[in-house]
Design a binder for this molecule. Structure first.
Ligand code: AMP
Length: 288
């Protein structure tokens, strides 16, 4: 594995692969690697000839009162895990490399960016779309890998590459969870033992909603209320907990097709997000 820190170096390192028409895969991350990231690397390694992983804690996607300074960073550990996972090129640019003086361009994806996370974190998806557009331009991969854990992010990026005619396939990989259901996240490191225990109610709440829908519940309000109950039992109040269309993120009142159940909640100083796809039973029987 080779580590490169500049765009010029990365482009030089990629040139022979391009000449040889190798399939280049990109896994963009913010580091603090966990099994979720490793699953993306595994999927990419299986499909691609040359695997690039970026580690960049993108300041543009953090709001002024968010955790940019505190975000966990461990370059040596990330590099060791990347090497083990078969990464060929590790791209770890400094902020000034990505946003040099005079940088003035921003990528705004309207619509799908404006709901859920977008409402709670103004400017977040503008930062995400801008950095992902840059990374896709720099690496020009055939495939780029993202996690279903950040479902809205994946939707925003699919919209971005479709709208800007970027020749890349976006692959979305399943959410990797801890043994008790908690979605793996770099931000789980912020949790105390007591908070970590309460945080399991996040995935349980989502599962509860999905289970009701699978058993015939069609009213999304009922499913949301049950999920809220699960959170409340652990003293958690969601920032949002919604049932939406998995492609457009438009709220769904009556569940007739697979839906996305998405939530965000603060547990201590960690802000955690998670989601599941809930599929309604086909017999349409409502629970009595
Ligand atoms: P991050 O480092 O948090 O920006 O995440 C980098 C990529 O890993 C994104 O595409 C995330 O959606 C994905 N990811 C993060 N956590 C998980 C997880 N638990 N399971 C699957 N993918 C994940």
């Amino acid at each position: 594995m080779r580590t490169v820190r500049t765009i010029a170096e990365l482009r030089r390192a990629l040139a022979p692969a391009r000449d040889a028409r190798l399939r280049v895969g990109l896994v963009p991350t913010m580091g603090a690697l966990h099994d979720g990231h490793l699953s993306l690397l595994g999927a990419a390694r299986a499909e691609c000839d040359l695997l690039v992983m970026s580690v960049f804690v993108n300041p543009l996607q953090f709001g002024p009162s968010e955790d940019l300074a505190a975000y966990p960073r461990d370059e040596a550990r990330d590099a060791a895990l990347a090497q083990e996972a078969g990464v060929d090129l590790l791209f770890t640019p400094a902020a000034e490399e990505i946003y040099p003086p005079g940088f003035a361009t921003s990528v705004v994806v309207r619509g799908v960016s404006e709901r859920l996370e977008g409402e709670q974190r103004p400017g977040h998806f503008e930062g995400v779309a801008t950095v992902v557009a840059k990374l896709l331009n720099i690496v020009a991969p055939e495939v780029a890998y993202f996690g279903q854990k950040d479902a809205q992010q994946a939707i925003v990026i699919k919209r971005l590459v479709a709208d800007l005619d970027m020749p890349v396939r976006i692959e979305v990989c399943p959410t990797v969870r801890e043994h008790d259901g908690l979605a793996q996240s770099s931000r789980n490191a912020y949790l105390s033992a007591e908070e970590r225990a309460r945080a399991t109610s996040i995935s349980r709440a989502l599962e509860r909603a999905a289970q009701l829908i699978a058993r015939g519940e069609r009213d999304s309000r009922t499913a949301v209320a049950a999920a809220r109950g699960e959170l409340a039992a652990h003293d958690l109040e969601p920032e949002y907990l919604e049932i939406v269309d998995p492609d457009t993120l438009v709220p769904v009142k009556r569940v007739e097709r697979p839906v996305l159940v998405a939530l965000a909640a603060r547990v201590g100083r960690a802000r955690l997000i998670d989601n599941v796809i809930a599929t309604p039973s086909t017999n349409g029987v409502e629970p009595s």
